[in-house]
Ligand binder design. Structure first.
Ligand SMILES: NC(=O)c1ccc[n+]([C@@H]2O[C@H](COP(=O)([O-])OP(=O)(O)OC[C@H]3O[C@@H](n4cnc5c(N)ncnc54)[C@H](OP(=O)(O)O)[C@@H]3O)[C@@H](O)[C@H]2O)c1
Length: 267
């Protein structure tokens, strides 16, 4: 990955104009496009939306989440459940009406929840919980890609990224445990790699990437890293790092997974 960010960058520009309501628009710019953040109600997702909106590089920032929760102006919020293809297709239709999509970041994901806890040992593996984790973490980003890809330019630089996790690396797995979450993120990484191979032919300007956000102070990590301290990012810090990584990605990086500091993570 190059350290050189493309001129303008993904999330910063000097020009900025906010309109009332939940939409950010910059009239008069001809090269503006749409940014989409899925999982916008989450810790990292919300911070990504805020950073992209403040940066002003996109005509509209779509904040998508299951509950369709509100974001401060000037962001456009729509509901989506990434495990429901009809829901993903419907929201893609709404996004497509706004213009070409230059950036997609899938920041949805689950590690725990009602009836779902990361497994310390195989005997605690629960098929229903595992299926749900796979559905959100692996199938979800795949469905988003399926329905948003037709909205992305074929030749101009654009980015499709999904938040993976270092624990999804098979080569880096030294601790074991967390079967469903690890395997779902490994599956996500494979989906991203496969997408990169296909789109190298169909969308040569598109860069596909997985991202490890670091350990971030969110609802997802809280039961396992409750105390702020060294090595624990705020969502805002993580979002800044991630957008910097995305800015620096080049065509040859497509299909790979990168950590918050830009270091590649082994498959
Ligand atoms: N936090 C960390 O330390 C850490 C470390 C490594 C990787 N990650 C990854 O980073 C991503 C973001 O994590 P986070 O820490 O920000 O977690 P979070 O605060 O728990 O947010 C998770 C997001 O996923 C959304 N989501 C869950 N199920 C969904 C569904 N079926 N359809 C649509 N959205 C759904 C949630 O929205 P709802 O409002 O709809 O529930 C929420 O917006 C995840 O992929 C996670 O695996 C996080």
């Amino acid at each position: 990955m190059s350290d050189a960010a493309p001129a303008g960058g993904l999330f910063s520009t000097s020009a900025r104009a906010a309109t009332a309501g939940c939409v950010m628009e910059q009239r008069g710019e001809t090269d503006m496009s749409i940014a989409v953040v899925v999982g916008a109600s989450g810790g990292v997702g919300r911070a990504l939306v805020a950073a992209l909106a403040a940066g002003g590089a996109y005509e509209t920032v779509f904040a998508l989440s299951r509950a369709g929760t509100s974001h401060p102006d000037p962001v456009r919020c729509l509901p989506v459940d990434v495990t429901d293809e009809a829901s993903v297709a419907a929201v893609a239709g709404r996004v497509g009406e706004a213009g070409p999509v230059g950036l997609v970041i899938v920041a949805s994901g689950i590690l725990h929840g009602p009836g779902i806890a990361p497994e310390k040992a195989l005997r605690t593996l629960d098929p229903a919980a595992m299926a749900t984790v796979f559905s959100v973490n692996a199938l979800g980003p795949a469905l988003v890609a399926k329905h948003v890809l037709p909205l992305m330019p074929r030749k101009e630089r654009s980015v499709f990224a999904a938040l993976s996790a270092r624990v999804g690396s098979i080569g880096d797995n030294r601790l074991g445990g967390w079967y469903a979450y690890r395997a779902s993120k490994a599956a996500l990484n494979q989906i991203l790699r496969t997408l990169a191979i296909e789109t190298a032919r169909t969308h040569p300007g598109l860069i596909v990437a997985g991202l490890h956000p670091g350990t971030v102070q969110t609802a997802l990590s809280r039961p396992f890293r409750p105390d702020p301290g060294p090595g624990l990012f705020t969502p805002e810090e993580s979002a800044t790092h991630l957008l910097r990584v995305l800015d620096g990605l080049q065509a040859g990086d497509s299909g790979r997974v990168f950590a918050w500091d830009g270091e590649p993570i082994p498959p």
